[in-house]
Design a protein around this ligand. Sequence first.
Ligand SMILES: [Zn+2]
Length: 223
Amino acid sequence: MSHCGDDDGGFDSLIKFLGAVGAGYLGYRIFKHIDDQRRLEAEAIEQARVAAEHAAQVERIKHFAETLLMRAAAVLFIPPPALILTIDTPTAATDGNAIFVNPVWLQILLNTHCNDKLCAYSVVLGIVAHELAHRIYDFNPGSGDHPHTRELRADYVAGQVIRALQVPEAHFAKVLVEISSVETETHPLYSERIRALRRGYEDAIPPPMPGAHPAHEPSPRAT
Ligand SMILES: [Zn+2]
């Protein structure tokens, strides 16, 4: 009986070789795993950063709109109602109590139309004052005005409030062109709406309101 020393040596080499391949493969898997982990972690961090940035942006919009809602309510001599940001409302609305604003819609509107603080003031004031007017006039029992009458009255009030707070109405007027580019059953054409807005603006007497100048107010990111 003789051992096949050479064969054994070959077998050992093969085992060593396979061991090395196995170790290499294992190493590759481990590094790949670490790499995947790092990539997933980086993705999770990025997602969290985007979510935090989005939340901060919504918070800024909310603060800005709430500030202007308070100002508008003061002009109209009513206590400011709650402002609720929700994507369940396509644009802005009121149920007779709270004012609802879609923050995504508002952000897009500001990004599209505004390059400065004064423009953002005009647009957001116009929106919240318009909704406040609906809240004041259109939720009384027996208030059976034609929807167009309601809209034009709300735009007229928006013009008054915008003037009272010494903000230009032109930016809100530009937004009306976009949001009422066609007449619907509920909303008149932008030309009528702008006429009502300007009438309100001209009829209002801007009272001296120290501290009410837009330059002192926070603003949303509207670049
Ligand atoms: Zn309306």
